[in-house]
Ligand binder design. Structure first.
Ligand SMILES: [Zn+2]
Length: 413
């Protein structure tokens, strides 16, 4: 456990905050620095193929210990942290044998982890909690995942009697700004199935995500000087107001939906009298319903145009990502073996759904079935972020069991 704790603290101290305004890949030099550190550590563990590529992605292979052919699996985590809260100069604070009280963060005493607001924290009484000092995020998203993968690899290498097939380790960059798999070469990764270690708490397996489209609604009016506008001006701003007013609000909005309900979500509007664009997120677990949402936008557009026949409203829709469950159907072992591994590690698995996308949704769509596993993250993207050492240790045990379960199959590689 100490080596896991040491790893985690070592990794969070490297500043890897993603930067949306950067023109480089990865978007921050710290990601390259952490990747170099991990590559050296992997070589130190004996993985001579460990390599950081020109995009900062780190790959290595834990070789099989069984003689028969088994599918290659991949363990994936991301090196960057969220741009939402500073990730510079992270000072992890270890609360051994946590006493169950509120935790005042010393770098900014206005930041308090209250058990009343966070019952999962109270549940960790007696365990080892790691928090920030209140001035930065912690970065357990996703350095808990990185540390768990590194520790699981070290465990397998130290205990060659554990039977397993080949395991690819993969650390990616810029997940938090939507570019986590842009440069990941699936041929090179060469795995049958992947697992991202980037989930909250313990015992959860995310096997379903939203399917997502982006709709851009462009409203074109007629601009003319207001002094001579009578009967001639068609103000796109007013049409945008009408259009938005006619979208459903009491249903089908993020503010009014939960669980399996989808929504359409206008999130940005810009423009002037001549032209306005509205960007709208379309989300649903049922991929087919995205087309219904787009049709609803077109219907609303027609009702506006009925009153303003000289205006134009274009609705253009592009696909963003697809429900992971669609692709996981092709490889049912991806979820079944994760459940089995958790049971063997003494954890009751819970299949969960994500009201958003993960790198796994894109990877699954690209042909690598990739569910997401719990790795002890809590309150992510915030100075109130924390993690629990015992939960991370459980995630390590789950990975070791997962290696074993996949090693028991004899399907072709
Ligand atoms: Zn993450």
């Amino acid at each position: 456990m100490n080596s896991l704790l040491d790893r985690f603290c070592r990794y969070v101290r490297v500043s890897t905050q993603a930067d949306e305004s950067a023109r480089t890949y990865p978007s921050s030099p710290g990601q390259l620095e952490l990747g170099r550190l991990l590559t050296e550590e992997l070589r130190g563990l004996g993985l001579q193929d460990a390599q950081q590529d020109e995009h900062g992605i780190v790959l290595a292979t834990v070789p099989a210990t069984v003689d028969h052919a088994t599918p290659t699996i991949a363990w994936i985590a991301h090196l960057d942290t969220s741009p939402e809260t500073s990730g510079h100069n992270v000072q992890p604070i270890i609360h051994a044998n946590y006493d169950g009280r509120d935790i005042i963060l010393p770098g900014d005493p206005s930041k308090v982890l209250r058990t009343a607001e966070c019952p999962e924290l109270l549940a960790q009484k007696g365990k080892t909690i790691i928090t920030t000092d209140g001035t930065t995020l912690l970065g357990s998203d996703d350095k808990a995942g990185v540390a768990v993968i590194m520790e699981a690899a070290a465990t397998l290498l130290a205990r060659p009697e554990i039977p397993h097939g080949p395991i690819r380790l993969c650390f990616t960059c810029d997940e938090e700004i939507g570019h986590g798999v842009d440069h990941l070469d699936l041929q090179k990764l060469g795995a049958t199935v992947g697992y991202t270690l980037d989930g909250g708490g313990v015992g959860e397996i995310d096997g379903e995500t939203f399917s997502a489209d982006l709709a851009v609604v462009t409203i074109t009016g007629t601009n003319i000087h207001p002094s001579i506008a009578k009967g001639r001006m068609v103000n796109a701003i007013r049409l945008a107001g009408l259009f938005l007013e006619r979208l459903p609000r009491q249903v089908l909005s993020p503010e009014t939906t939960a669980d399996r309900e989808g929504f359409l979500h206008p999130y940005r509007i810009e423009g002037g009298v001549a032209e306005v664009t509205i960007r709208i997120l379309l989300r649903d677990f049922d991929t087919a319903r995205l087309a219904d949402r787009a049709e609803l936008l077109r219907t609303v557009a027609r009702t506006v145009l009925a009153d303003y026949p000289t205006a134009r409203i274009d609705v253009s829709v592009t696909a963003q990502y697809r429900n992971m469950a669609d692709g996981l159907k092709k490889e049912p072992r991806a979820l079944a073996f994760a459940q089995e591994a958790m049971r063997r590690a003494g954890v009751e698995p819970k299949l969960t759904i994500v009201r958003g996308g993960t790198d796994g949704s894109r990877l699954t769509e690209l042909g690598l079935p990739t569910p997401n596993l719990s790795t002890g993250e809590h309150n992510i993207h915030s100075p109130l972020e924390w993690t629990c050492l015992e939960e991370m240790a459980t995630a390590v045990r789950v990975l070791v069991e997962l290696a074993r379960v996949w090693g028991e199959t004899s399907a072709p590689r």
